[in-house]
Design a protein around this ligand. Structure first.
Ligand code: FEO
Length: 178
């Protein structure tokens, strides 16, 4: 059983992950409308990853005998200035998520809640990977440019990203999932 304060913190994080999914879905839609189908596909893969992150926390709250409290998901931006703008906003958002994950891990240490501390380590590692990917893509956009053949090449590359997490949650989160 986790504390009421920890339950509230993990529930808030479920909302953060759901907003992340919503934000990347908005970026996917915007990419499609710009004809950037590779970017659209990359962001849709990221949407599924974020839903997986949320569902993993949802299951954790239930496994701890606590209550899931779903909250309002705020509206993401409707449009973005450019492909680079989307990745700058992605990186900025992931910095916020990393801070939030660290705060939950800090709370777990304070409460000597080893189960939640261990659970959050998966997210700590995931955030390193996410920020690294976003930084690399931003770097490519700066080097190859934001239009013409450079952008086309990046679009092709992003389109090759494959989904590596489970996306059907009808049976919960399977133990074999990452
Ligand atoms: Fe679930 Fe992008 O962090």
């Amino acid at each position: 059983m986790i504390s009421a304060k920890m339950t509230e913190a993990v529930n808030r994080q479920i909302n953060n992950e759901m907003y992340s999914a919503y934000l990347y879905m908005a970026m996917s839609a915007h990419s499609s409308s710009m004809g950037l189908n590779g970017f659209a596909s990359w962001f849709m893969v990221q949407y599924h990853e974020e839903m997986f992150h949320a569902m993993k926390q949802y299951n954790y709250v239930l496994d701890q005998g606590a209550e899931v409290h779903l909250q309002t998901i705020k509206e993401p931006p409707k449009s973005f200035a450019s492909a680079k703008d989307m990745f700058e906003k992605t990186l900025e958002h992931e910095h916020f998520v990393t801070k939030s994950i660290n705060e939950i891990a800090d709370l777990a240490l304070q409460e000597k809640d080893h189960a939640t501390y261990q659970f959050m380590q998966w997210y700590v590692n995931e955030q390193i990977e996410e920020e690294k990917n976003d930084n690399e893509i931003l770097q490519m956009l700066k080097l190859a440019g934001e239009s013409g053949p450079g952008l086309f090449m990046i679009d092709q590359q992003l389109g090759a990203r494959a989904l590596t997490v489970q996306s059907d949650f009808s049976k919960g989160i399977l133990p074999t999932a990452p």
